[in-house]
Design a protein around this ligand. Structure first.
Ligand SMILES: [Zn+2]
Length: 273
């Protein structure tokens, strides 16, 4: 059981049975509570710090429970005991005030992830800033939205955003490629995804062609898409997108370095004269 994955990576509103079986170092299995494992989780984690605006090491606090009794006008003076909620905080190595927080609620036998702050959106947007050189602002926002929807477990919705970005990358490849007797952009846009990819095939990285089995899914209409199918293909679509973006950034950086070098050379030459 990966407790770090449950605390940090799982989407909001994921539910688990709170009773879990764990194996100790002697190979003996015993039953314990998931909320206890979360509360006593001690490993340090690497995470983006929105205050430092950098990746940092975070160390966990021991979990804090809120089980206090409350009063409610419906129930007069009788104190009502809350169902327990558990907050697990992690602190940044650079400053103890920089924290990330995850909340869980124990609904009888089930544990539910109920909160996360800062949001996954805030912690991933920085990762995308490096793509500013190759994506416009709208595409950058769509990338962040896709990732945010994914973190909430909305596989179809995030799949649709990733598909738009994917199509944008294919269109860019079409526009920038030297194809003899190239069809118009309007005609190209009308093609099915598989045919678009075939059309620009030789200009795409091998990775695109190695994963051609996903393109029929990419072509499907919204009403045909299944949640688990999107979940299955999301990692591949994402890998293709980020692979292409990284490649485009590398290319752009090389171009910029060339320009800078040419400018320096020019400056030196004019000084020599
Ligand atoms: Zn920090």
């Amino acid at each position: 059981m990966d407790i770090k994955q449950i605390i940090v990576d799982s989407p909001l509103y994921t539910k688990w049975n709170n009773k879990v079986e764990v194996e100790d170092e002697n190979g003996i299995w015993s039953e314990t509570d998931l909320n206890y494992l979360i509360s006593s989780f001690k490993d340090r984690i690497e995470h983006y710090c929105t205050e430092c605006e950098a990746k940092r090491i975070f160390a966990p606090d021991s979990g804090i429970y809120d089980t206090s009794s409350v009063r409610n006008s419906h129930y007069g003076q009788q104190a009502i005991r809350n169902k327990p909620s558990l907050f697990k905080t992690f602190r940044c190595s650079a400053n103890p005030k920089h924290q990330i927080l995850f909340g869980f609620y124990l609904d009888d036998s089930q544990l539910v992830k109920i909160s996360e702050y800062p949001s996954k959106y805030d912690t991933v947007i920085e990762n995308f800033n490096k793509y500013k050189k190759v994506l416009d602002n709208i595409q950058l926002k769509e990338l962040a939205k896709a990732s945010q929807l994914e973190s909430y477990g909305y596989a179809i919705a995030s799949f649709l955003y990733y598909r738009r970005i994917f199509e944008g990358i294919i269109l860019k490849n079409f526009n920038e490629s030297d194809i003899a007797e190239k069809i118009s952009e309007e005609e190209f846009r009308k093609l099915r995804m598989e045919d678009k990819l075939n059309y620009v095939k030789e200009f795409l990285p091998d990775y695109f062609n190695d994963n051609s089995h996903i393109y029929s899914t990419l072509s499907k209409g919204v009403h045909e898409l299944e949640e688990n199918e999107c979940q299955e293909y999301l990692p591949i679509v994402k890998a293709i997108i980020f692979f292409s973006l990284d490649e485009a950034v590398d290319k752009r950086n090389k171009e910029l370095r060339k320009l800078e070098f040419a400018k320096k050379l020019n400056d030196i030459n004019s000084k020599i004269k």
